[in-house]
Ligand binder design. Structure first.
Ligand code: AVI
Length: 323
């Protein structure tokens, strides 16, 4: 009889939490910040005055819409506007309205893992800009992109906004860009938000607000371990800590244990011991300059077609084509 292999973990979340909390130094992935509460906290972050990223990208979309529309509509009868990660579509809606006003022929294909997010976006578009032809695609970015690429010959304009790329280390970012590049054809465009290097204090303030919203966002990963994996983390016994290295452009978030403590996680059969001031690294938010983006593009088989900068020079949207 064949020996059954024992599966220790039921989900990737369980496996990654186990690995991260038994490693030294400890780490957890920021992708687990986002449940219903985490989504709400991130919305609150985007509304904070310190979190300049949202306003900066909004500034680009609202002051340079016409130029963006012209670029997307150039050399083609019609195109698919594909957005990776639908979100609430705040910035995209400015562009969608402008495309409609200019009578451009396009379909809008937001991709998101959450059907709920897609439904909300479709409903709000139905109310606000009913003329937009929306074709929501539920799934992971690459599953959905592959399907779209296989189904249609139409030109693709792919959006990846909000400096979401910054939550990836450079090798992961190159892998991500390369995967998209492989699904692009000549003439397709890839429009990506990259937060820029700037006064280090501005960056630290954006990721360490006085009201404690970012701290709650960071600690939400512990709250999720408590509710989903039977953990007993005391959130007050951890400190949210942000560092920024102006040389590498990397902002890093940590949770720091204020005292010696042991945390039990029932579902993992795990007791995680923390020494006083021991850290859990939770997130990176990379900041970029032109040289770095050019390097990433080159490594990924892409070429920069053009770029858009906000009025305060804090943030850029680069437009890539296949090299
Ligand atoms: C989603 N992502 C681009 C945000 C960022 O800026 O890294 C997440 C975030 N973390 C703390 N504040 C916002």
């Amino acid at each position: 009889m064949q020996k059954q292999t024992e599966t220790l973990f039921e989900t990737q979340f369980e496996e990654e939490v186990h690995t991260g909390l038994t490693d030294y130094p400890k780490h957890l992935s920021s992708k687990y910040f986002y449940d219903e509460k985490g989504d709400k906290l991130f919305q609150d972050i985007m509304n904070m005055p310190e979190y300049y990223l949202t306003n900066a990208e909004f500034d680009i979309f609202s002051t340079q819409t016409e130029k963006i529309t012209q670029l997307f509509a150039k050399d083609s009868e019609s195109f698919n506007l594909i957005e990776l990660g639908a979100g609430d579509g705040m910035k995209t809606k400015i562009l969608l309205q402008n495309l409609i006003d200019n009578k451009v022929d396009f379909d809008y294909l937001p991709i998101d893992i959450s059907q709920n997010v897609l439904d909300q976006l479709s409903n709000s578009l139905k109310n606000e800009i009913p003329e937009v032809p929306v074709k929501p695609q539920q799934g992971t970015y690459f599953e959905a992109l592959e399907k779209i690429a296989a189904l249609t010959e139409a030109k693709k304009v792919i959006l990846f906004l909000g400096s979401n790329i910054g939550n990836l280390l450079h090798p992961q970012a190159i892998e991500f860009l390369t995967q998209v590049q492989k699904l692009m054809r000549e003439g397709d465009l890839f429009f990506v938000g990259f937060d820029q290097k700037k006064n280090p204090q501005t960056i630290l303030d954006a990721y360490n607000d006085q009201t404690g919203i970012t701290a709650a966002f960071n600690k939400n990963i512990l709250a999720r371990i408590n509710s989903e994996l039977g953990g007993n983390f005391d959130l007050d016994k951890f400190l949210h800590w942000e560092v920024y290295n102006p040389e590498t452009g990397t902002a890093k978030s940590y949770l720091v244990s204020k005292e010696q403590q042991s945390v039990t996680i029932e579902k993992l059969d795990l007791i995680a011991d923390f020494a006083p001031w021991e850290t859990i690294h939770t997130e990176i938010s990379q900041k970029y300059d032109d040289k770095t983006v050019e390097w990433l593009a080159e490594k990924s088989g892409l070429q920069i077609e053009t770029q858009f900068t906000d009025s305060k020079n804090q943030y850029k949207n680069y437009v890539f084509k296949k090299a």
